[in-house]
Design a protein around this ligand. Sequence first.
Ligand SMILES: [Zn+2]
Ligand SMILES: [Zn+2]
Length: 318
Amino acid sequence: MNGVWLEDGIVSLRDDLPHPIGGENEAIIRVLCAGICSTDHGLISGMFPYVGVIGHEFVGVVEEGPESVAGRRVVGEIVVACRRCLVCQKRRTSHCPHRTVLGITNRNGAFAEYIALPIENLYVVPESVSTEIATFIEPLAAALQILEQVHITSEDRVLVVGSGKLGQLILRTLMLTGCALSCIGRSKRTLILCPKRVELYHVEQLPDTQFDIVVECTGNSEGFKIARHAVRPAGTLVMKSTYPGALEIDFTSLVVDEVTIVGSRCGPFVAAIRLLESGHVDLTALIEHIFPLSQAIDALSQSRQAGMLKVLLDMRGD
Ligand SMILES: [Zn+2]
Ligand SMILES: [Zn+2]
């Protein structure tokens, strides 16, 4: 099988990977399309130790599975929990200490021709949502997780720090709350893609007001600093990124200002699918390039460039 293998910080295109064997209650999925995410670059640069096929944002067709999903176009939740431990029994499956995570922890990922995932992780993609757009379901769900965690109303002033891939998805979901929304970005070409009505700031001219809720999604310490300074006393700081290395944080000021910090990761797939089906968010402008799997190494280096939005790998017709 063909796929993108990561080992010792080096990614290579391999044609000798074993075809996945589905475990109990798992389906075998032929990948149609997969999205490159900042987490993939984080893995390559050694943020977490991982050896295997990378890639976790995918759309595929179930080749082996029960009737409910066989032959259907699906997306899948990436965390595979043990379903037996105490954490799982308390329904916090995404925090299962024995979990594997597609293309991130102990489970070969989606930059390959086939993957295996439990049937209960799968969601059928509605006909009206194209395969390319459906690759956004996983990161869109992650963006929607903020709305599961923080109550945002039309009274709130909200700032998103970062206008890249994830920031754009977050802006489009926060728009739905009717809040007063602003965005700070470094790249002028991504800032102009922010939805209308979003107040825009370039990193060189920071806002002089503070915000009720600030969402940090840059994944770098400069972004964190901007976010920290922009949140008002007794406000909420939503942390949407992982960071290479340790962040330097002045915790005393966070205590004195009584800032609530919310860590935010994977989110509700059903909501993301409904949102795309309803047509209330348009993500077409966020696709920069589509490469065949055979050009995955080029695709990865393209997607790394500053200000680059979503780069997709298309496994069809390779
Ligand atoms: Zn991702
Ligand atoms: Zn568990």
